[in-house]
Design a protein. Structure first.
Length: 478
């Protein structure tokens, strides 16, 4: 194979469950799958970034069991063909995920195949500068380097790690002198003034074989566990399900600690690109760019005598008056209000919520739950009843199922519904309804070309999601 013609396999890391953008982002609704500004999620924007077939092969996504169908569906929505989705049985930090990708990609495409690690929750402007940085990194990776992208800092940020840029290796690539943990403000100011430091982007380029060699030398326990988990992996639809027992034996360590801080082959491409890890509400505000008053407003909101603020609502109408430099963010069931310059502290607030049994659910689940067929939003809960809005993607269907403790009433409000109850199939159009008795075998399907929306009223003694007995499921769920 002509090494100069090798394209890059993008590896997109989409398994994180961060809560720094609460209340929109939660453990079961991670930020990479959320539409903050615009019509695409952060994962979809990342996929679009690697759609240039002159540079990239089809991407591989690494995620977890909870997000597997969500990742696949968001790729399908934008017409992005994947080379596969690797499922981590549990979180073991980034070294194990990178090792699994290097082993699998190496087996599929050859050990000299280049891999680019891309977090799925970053915002990056793709232009000639970005493409030039990728080509520089690829050239160095072909020569045995493990290359990271050092973002040109624009402020003495304390929320990022830094890279000290070392010896010039030519062609826009430098040795890494050292990595610096998230610094205090005064240290960050000194590093910025020196002009010799860059933000650590968490993006890397390397060949599959080189990464495996580095892991063998520097983190053999990680590699041994991952190789065994790949050897015993099982295919499941379009997913590669790593063996859980083997994977659990890998140390939980980042690729930075396991390899980058130890290898003599670490290199950095100084990258003056537009980049943000969107790790806080002030980052969202800065990225969006404000109106004439410096405000970023999204959703239902009325703002008066307010400057330099972020106002976002997914449901309720927000009225904000006389504020300066604040974030006001409303989901369906919670509202966050805080100073933008304290946005890095949201994680501490989420910990307080999680520690209280009355508010812990607000950090885990979102009123809107996404499923491989679509999803549902919980509208109203009461004694022995619950109301939901179901939405089903075109040509998708729920599992054939039954419930021991509840009956259901379905009202079709948009699209066409095909309803199976025991051995009878009924087609519902808009403004038609049907009753599903307790214990009956039933299924809801969307045979049409537009999204189906159904109002579901559940009644019964127990309404939990675990009262679902799946008899047939095209998504392989039990």
């Amino acid at each position: 194979m002509n090494r100069s013609s090798i394209k890059i396999v993008p590896l997109i890391m989409a398994g994180g469950k961060g809560t720094r953008l609460w209340p929109l982002s939660r453990a079961a609704a991670a930020k990479q799958f959320i539409r903050f500004l615009g019509e695409e999620t952060l994962l979809q924007k990342t996929l679009a970034r690697v759609s240039d077939e002159a540079i990239y092969e089809a991407p591989v996504i690494v995620t977890n069991e909870d997000f597997r169908f969500l990742a696949a569906e968001q790729a399908r929505e934008i017409g992005m063909a994947l080379d596969g989705i690797i499922l981590e049985p549990e979180a073991r930090n980034t070294a194990a995920a990178v090792a699994a990708a290097a082993v699998i990609v190496g087996e599929r495409h050859g050990s000299d195949t280049l891999i680019q690690i891309l977090p799925s929750d970053h915002e990056i402007t793709v232009d000639d500068t970005y493409r030039d940085c990728v080509q520089k990194a690829a050239k160095a990776a072909r020569n045995g380097k493990i290359v990271t992208f050092g973002i040109t800092p624009t402020e003495p940020a304390t929320g990022y790690g830094y890279i000290e840029i070392g010896e010039d290796l030519g062609s826009g690539v430098h040795k890494v002198s050292r990595f610096v943990e998230k610094p205090k403000a005064e240290v960050a100011e000194k590093m910025l003034a020196s002009g010799n430091y860059a933000w650590n982007s968490g993006m890397f380029v390397f060949s599959a074989g080189q990464m495996i060699s580095e892991l063998q030398a520097l983190a053999p326990d990680v590699l041994a566990a991952v190789e065994k988990s790949v050897e015993h992996a099982k295919g499941d639809l379009d997913f590669t399900r790593l063996d859980a027992e083997s994977f659990a034996k890998s140390p939980s360590i980042s690729i930075d600690y396991a390899v980058m801080e130890k290898t003599p082959n670490a290199a950095v491409v100084p990258s003056p690109i537009t980049w943000s890890d969107l790790g806080s509400w002030d980052a969202i505000w800065k990225l969006a760019g404000g109106d004439e008053n410096g405000n970023v407003i999204s959703g239902n909101a009325t703002v008066s005598d307010t400057q330099n603020s972020l106002i976002m609502s997914r449901n309720a109408h927000l009225a904000v008056q006389g504020m300066e430099g604040v974030a006001v963010v409303a989901s369906e069931d919670a509202v966050y209000v805080g100073r933008l310059d304290r946005a890095q502290d949201v994680g501490n607030l989420v910990k307080l919520l999680a520690a209280n049994k009355d508010t812990a659910h607000l950090t885990e689940n979102h009123p809107t739950a996404l499923r491989p067929w679509g999803g549902y939003t919980s509208i109203l809960n009461g004694d022995r009843f619950q109301v939901k809005r179901l939405f089903v993607h075109p040509e998708k269907k729920l599992s054939l199922q039954k419930h021991h403790h509840r009956a259901e009433h379905w009202v079709c409000v948009k699209g066409t519904a095909e309803v199976t109850i025991d051995d009878k199939v009924t087609v519902l159009h808009e403004n038609q309804s049907i009753y599903i008795p307790q214990g009956s075998v039933h299924r809801l399907a969307n045979p049409g070309k537009i999204r189906l929306e159904v109002i579901e009223v559940q009644t019964g003694s127990y309404l939990g999601e675990d009262d679902i007995i799946r008899l047939v499921d095209e998504f392989g769920r039990s």
